[in-house]
Structure formats: C-alpha cells, structure tokens
Design a protein around this ligand. Structure first.
Ligand code: AP5
Length: 229
C-alpha cells in the first residue's frame, strides 16, 4: 500500500527514470515512494546484489568481498544482471533505476538497451546533497529486514526501537555502512560515478533535486518533475 500522501496510480512512467546521487543521497528512500506512486518496478542494483549475497549464488560470492570493501562490482557482472531484469514484461510501462548506471560503460550500455526498448531518452533525477551530511546519514541508517523500509536512528527513528513501523520487521544495519567502508564508497562515487552528471546534463535529460529538503518535500519535488513533459 502506498504511504499516506503518496497517491497510487496505474499510469506508468513510459520511460526509464534514473536516480543519480552519492551514497546516502536518499535515492532508495525516494525510489520506493515514487515507484509505488506510479505503480512501476524499481530496480536497485545494490538490493539485487545483496539478495544474491544472501542466497550465496555464484554472483553473490563474487560481489560480496567487493561490496565489503566499498568498491564497485565489475561492469560485466552488473550489466548482465540489469539487462535480464529490464527485459521482463513488468518493465514495459517504465521503471526506476536506483544505483545504476554508475560508470560510463554502464551508461552507454543502458542507452543501447533503452533505444531498443523505449525509443525515448531516460529522465535522470540528480539528488544534490551536502557531502558533510552523508556520513551521518549512512552510519545512522537502519533497514527493515522484511519490507526494506529505510530509517535513520538520528533523524527518522522508528516508533519502537529496532522494529519497523510498517510490519514490525527487525531493523538491521548494512555491513557496508561502517565509516571506513563509507569513505571508500564516497571516493568511488567521486571517481567513477560523478562524471555521469555531466554525461547526462550535456544531453539535457538531467534535472537537479535538492536532496537536503525533508524526505516528504523531496518526494513532492520529484513527483512534480516526473509530471512535466
Ligand atoms: P547501493 O545499495 O546502491 O548503495 P549506495 O549507492 O551506496 O546508496 P545507498 O543505498 O547507500 O544510499 P541512498 O542514496 O539509497 O540513501 P537512502 O535513501 O538509503 O550499492 C551498494 C554496493 O553495491 C556498492 O558499493 C557496490 O559495491 C555495489 N553496486 C550497486 N550497484 C552497482 C553498480 N551499478 N555498479 C557497480 N557496483 C554496484 O538514505 C540514507 C539515509 O539517509 C537513511 O537513513 C535515510 O533515512 C536518510 N535520508 C534519506 N533522505 C533524507 C532526507 N531528505 N533528509 C534526511 N535524511 C534522509
């Protein structure tokens, strides 16, 4: 069920929407709300890898040590996983990508897939945040082990400590939300992912959103952007 204030529709997006921004920018928080509102799938490559790690698949076994170091998983592993997911029928009315693409080769491959599938450009929503806030956001993050709802022990705590407000699930800390790993993830973002901001801005498909606003205000601003033609 959508959250209060986030109306659900069955209108779809008709295109791919990419949420771009550093670790802790609020991509996951917003992806869940916006995907519910538009009734489209959200594809988080981080969640997909965490699921593989949890199931101990060969892909998960390769990704696990890389994620634990805060580095990016090699492009070929990411691309085959994403291409497979995008080709499923539920992505036909559009979808939201959270955490992908993260390198130029990933962006170029995605362009190729989208040209075939949608014949339209993606919309890239770029979350602009104060880098000084990211460490606090990430060390304070807790995630529901059942439904994936995202909390923050400092700024958005659950009503009952350690339990999800929605389904009572246990709130857990991601293994890569330790300070030294966060530092490497932020460095990887600057090195490998930030160049995508210019890549998409140069094509006129990128819109900035102030990620320092309160989460509900960010949701409202993203919904307004998506409603524009
Ligand atoms: P991934 O899972 O994608 O992690 P990430 O990009 O590091 O992003 P996060 O999930 O940490 O942050 P977020 O922006 O979603 O923030 P959130 O909404 O949770 O990737 C993990 C790893 O997988 C990578 O390091 C890599 O190894 C691998 N990987 C994944 N994709 C890959 C790819 N394409 N290529 C290669 N490798 C890949 O919010 C964070 C906190 O802030 C929460 O506590 C939340 O409550 C709080 N918060 C959110 N919004 C606000 C707000 N507006 N105001 C105040 N607090 C807020």
């Amino acid at each position: 069920m959508p959250e209060a204030g986030v109306a659900s529709t069955s209108r779809g997006l008709g295109r791919a929407v990419i949420f771009l921004g550093p670790p802790g920018a609020g991509k996951g928080t917003q992806t869940r709300k916006i995907a519910e509102s538009y009734n489209v799938p959200h594809l988080s490559t981080g969640d997909m890898f965490r699921e593989h790690v949890g199931r101990g698949t060969p892909l998960g076994q390769r990704a696990k040590p890389i994620m634990e170091r805060g580095e990016l998983v090699p492009d070929d592993l990411v691309l085959s996983m994403v291409e497979d997911r995008i080709s499923r029928p539920d992505c036909g009315d559009g979808f939201i990508l959270d955490g992908f693409p993260r390198t130029l080769p990933q962006a170029e491959k995605l362009d190729e897939i989208l040209r075939r599938r949608f014949k339209s450009e993606p919309l890239v929503v770029h979350f602009v945040v104060d880098p000084n806030q990211l460490m606090r956001r990430l060390t304070g993050r807790r995630t529901c082990a059942i439904g994936g709802e995202i909390y923050n022990v400092y700024d958005h705590p659950p009503k009952v400590p350690g339990r999800c407000d929605r389904d009572g699930g246990e709130l857990v800390q991601r293994p890569d939300d330790r300070e030294e790993v966060i530092a490497e993830r932020l460095a990887a973002y600057e090195r490998q992912t930030r160049p995508l901001v210019d890549y998409y801005r140069g094509r006129g498909v990128l819109k900035d959103v102030d990620g320092m606003d309160a989460p509900a205000a960010v949701t409202k601003n993203v919904l307004e952007l998506l409603a524009q033609k």
